[in-house]
Design a protein around this ligand. Structure first.
Ligand SMILES: Nc1ncnc2c1ncn2[C@@H]1O[C@H](COP(=O)(O)OP(=O)(O)OP(=O)(O)O)[C@@H](O)[C@H]1O
Ligand SMILES: [Mg+2]
Length: 292
């Protein structure tokens, strides 16, 4: 079970100054800890600051306030930042689009090892390569191809395989499977889960699909307008959300539950007879208007 903190955001702020009068507070005082070996899911509506948080944690943006600690040390120290860069990998929704068009798939996947002067012909690496290739939904026939000869989904799978070959300590995955079809999505999610269970990988995982987040995450953080409004173990948060925003976010998931269908309440409204004063509490996804 995960215990040590691998990365920590302390009162992290990232304010983009657009002009003299206007600043976007993309992250506004976020504090969170990601434990070594856990999958930490980050959810929230579009524009709430998930990607900005992920990029800031990876050192792609310089925070305008607060600090980031990697293994307990501030990344303001150059040595800590360098160590973090070596141990971290980031996968974006469009990582596949950024592959080098002059390299074959095989070279692209092996490139990180070469950059770090690691042997690519050892039995261990060959085994890892074959394993990641298969689990990413690729096969040997793809290896001699160039990115432009592949579909968008295949390119994304190459990018995922490339980011995993170094066995990074922390993978920041920002909607990594959003562009893939459902069967490959499931395969990649299972690969992530396996890498966490068997090899102790740590993931910061961002997705709009809450059922995927629920399946893969040990803990989940909920963001709203640049702030973290709720954080807790996954099942606790999904079963007993506390913050009103979390409640409304989760209630938008459609759960085809027969029990729920049986317990549905129908309110009939006769236009001839006024109802008087009534109060209705409505959650998105739980309210259907039907003419009878
Ligand atoms: N480079 C930038 N310059 C100015 N504003 C930015 C920049 N990057 C992000 N923002 C703004 O910061 C806010 C948070 O954006 P962010 O991309 O982090 O949201 P998100 O939660 O990842 O959304 P989505 O679910 O749509 O991916 C948004 O209002 C966005 O417009
Ligand atoms: Mg985003």
């Amino acid at each position: 079970m995960a215990t040590d903190t691998i990365i920590e955001a302390k009162d992290l702020c990232l304010h983009f100054k657009i002009d003299e009068d206007y600043t976007v507070k993309a992250i506004d005082g976020v504090s969170l800890e990601i434990k070594d070996g856990e999958v930490f899911g980050l959810v929230g509506e579009t524009g709430c600051g998930k990607s900005t948080t992920a990029r800031a944690l990876c050192g792609m943006y310089k925070p305008t306030g607060g600090d980031i600690l990697y293994r307990g040390e501030s990344v303001k120290r150059k040595e800590t930042l360098n160590r973090m860069h070596k141990e971290i990998q980031m996968i974006f929704q469009d990582s596949g689009a950024a592959l080098n068009p002059r390299m074959t798939v095989e070279k692209i996947i092996l490139e990180p090892l070469k950059i770090h002067h690691m042997p690519v012909n050892s039995a261990d690496i060959k085994h890892r390569f074959d394993y990641i290739l298969e689990k990413s939904g690729l096969d040997k026939s793809h290896l001699s191809k160039y990115p432009q000869e592949l579909s968008g989904g295949q390119r994304q799978r190459v990018a995922i395989a490339r980011s995993l070959i170094m066995e990074p300590r922390l993978v920041v995955a920002d909607e990594p499977v959003a562009s893939l079809d459902i069967s490959i999505q499931a395969q990649i999610i299972n690969l992530f889960k396996h890498l966490q269970n068997e090899h102790g990988f740590t993931f910061l995982f961002i997705a709009h699909d809450l059922s995927v987040v629920r399946f893969i995450s040990d803990r989940v953080g909920v963001m709203l307008k640049g702030r973290l409004v709720e954080l807790g173990p996954t099942e606790e948060l999904f079963n007993n959300p506390v913050h009103p925003y979390t409640k409304s976010l989760l209630s938008a998931i459609h759960i085809p539950d027969p029990e729920y269908e049986r317990n549905k309440v129908f309110l009939e409204y006769d236009t001839e007879k006024p109802l008087g004063d009534i109060m209705l509490e409505v959650s998105p996804g739980h309210f259907v208007l039907e003419e009878i």
